[in-house]
Design a binder for this molecule. Structure first.
Ligand SMILES: [Zn+2]
Length: 307
C-alpha cells in the first residue's frame, strides 16, 4: 500500500505524473487535499455485487487500483484522476443529503465508481451497458462507470449529475420516475456547480435552460418516459429540470413529501392533490402554470429561473 500525499488544485487541472512539489499552481488557488490512499482489492471494505463491476475489472486487470472514502469506493488507473472524482463525489453526497434534509439511510452501503482512462478499454466496456445520453456515463444498479481522459480539464456538471443519481439510488432504492431522477440530478448538480464557481470568486448563477414554446412536451408525455427519448434528449433533460425546480422552489417541504410518495410509486396526480392542494391540485393545473415557467426567459441571455 502506498501513501502518497500531494496537493491538488481546486480546478482539477492536474497535469500528468504530478507528485509533490511539481504540482502546477499557476492557474488556480491551491487547497490542501490529500490524495486517495490506495487500498488493495482484497482489503476493500465492501465488494460490488454488480456483475458489470467484475466485467470492468476484467479489462486489463493489471491496471486497476482501488481506494475508498466515507461513502464511495473507487476503481481507477491513476490516483491523480481518481482523487478529484472522489472530492466531487463526497461533495455531492453532502449536497444531496442536505437538500433531502436527511441523514444517511440505515444500512447504507458504499457506491462503486469505475474510472476508465483508455478509450479502447472504454469502447470495449460500453458494449455491456447503456450510456446515459446526457453524460456519457453508465449508471447501473447503484454503480457508476465513467471515462476520464487525464488530459481533459473537467468542467460543467456532468460528473455531479451522475453522482446525484448514485446518491438518490441509495436514498430511494425502489426507484423514482425518470423525469424526477433526471430533473433532480440536473437541478442539484447545476446549483452545486454554480456555488462551487462562486466559492472560486466567479459571479455564477445556476444556468437553467428555458424550453422553446414549440418544443414543450405536454406533461403526460414527459411523465411517461422511462428513458430519455433519443429524438428530444435536450428538451427532456431541461424540461425535467425546470419541473423539479418549480416544485422544489414553490414549496420545499411539500416537494420532499411528494418525492417520498413518488418513490413509493404513487401517481403524481395523487401526490399533488395531497401535498400541493392549493398551488397545483392536479396535473392539469400544474401543466398550465408549468408551461409559462418552462419557457420563461426563452431567447434571452439571462436564462435563469431563480430570479
Ligand atoms: Zn442522468
Amino acid at each position: 500500500m502506498r501513501w502518497r500525499l500531494f496537493l491538488l488544485t481546486v480546478c482539477y487541472a492536474v497535469p500528468f505524473g504530478v507528485t509533490g512539489s511539481s504540482m502546477s499552481v499557476q492557474d488556480e488557488p491551491v487547497v490542501g487535499l490529500n490524495s486517495l490512499a490506495e487500498v488493495e482489492f482484497s482489503h476493500l471494505s465492501q465488494l460490488d455485487p454488480n456483475p458489470l463491476g467484475e466485467k470492468a475489472l476484467a479489462i486489463h486487470p493489471e491496471q486497476w487500483k482501488h481506494a475508498e472514502t466515507e461513502h464511495f469506493i473507487y476503481h481507477f488507473v491513476h490516483g491523480y484522476v481518481a482523487t478529484p472524482v472522489s472530492v466531487e463525489a463526497e461533495f455531492h453526497y453532502r449536497v444531496v443529503a442536505k437538500e433531502l434534509e436527511r441523514d444517511q439511510p440505515p444500512g447504507d452501503i458504499k457506491s462503486h465508481i469505475y474510472i476508465f482512462e483508455n478509450s479502447e478499454d472504454w469502447r470495449q466496456f460500453q458494449a455491456l451497458g447503456k450510456l446515459e445520453p446526457w453524460t456519457g456515463g453508465i449508471h447501473s444498479e447503484g454503480s457508476l462507470f465513467i471515462q476520464r481522459d487525464p488530459s481533459y480539464k473537467f468542467s460543467g456538471n456532468t460528473l455531479g449529475h451522475e453522482i446525484v443519481h448514485l446518491v438518490m439510488h441509495r436514498f430511494y432504492t425502489a426507484g423514482i420516475p425518470r423525469w424526477l431522477d433526471e430533473g433532480f440530478a440536473q437541478y442539484i448538480s447545476k446549483d452545486a456547480h454554480a456555488s462551487y464557481q462562486r466559492a472560486r470568486g466567479y459571479l455564477a448563477k445556476p444556468h437553467t435552460e428555458a424550453i422553446a414554446p414549440q418544443e414543450f412536451m405536454p406533461l403526460p408525455v414527459l411523465l411517461a418516459f422511462t428513458y430519455p427519448p433519443s429524438d428530444h434528449v435536450h428538451t427532456f433533460y431541461n424540461e425535467s429540470e425546470r419541473l423539479v425546480r418549480l416544485l422544489a422552489e414553490t414549496d420545499k417541504p411539500s416537494f420532499l413529501k411528494l418525492l417520498d410518495a413518488l418513490a413509493r410509486h404513487q401517481p403524481l396526480e395523487t401526490g399533488l392533490r395531497e401535498f400541493y392542494p392549493t398551488t397545483f391540485p392536479t396535473v392539469s393545473v400544474l401543466e398550465q402554470k408549468f408551461r409559462d415557467y418552462a419557457s420563461k426567459d426563452f431567447g434571452s441571455s439571462l436564462q435563469q429561473a431563480n430570479n
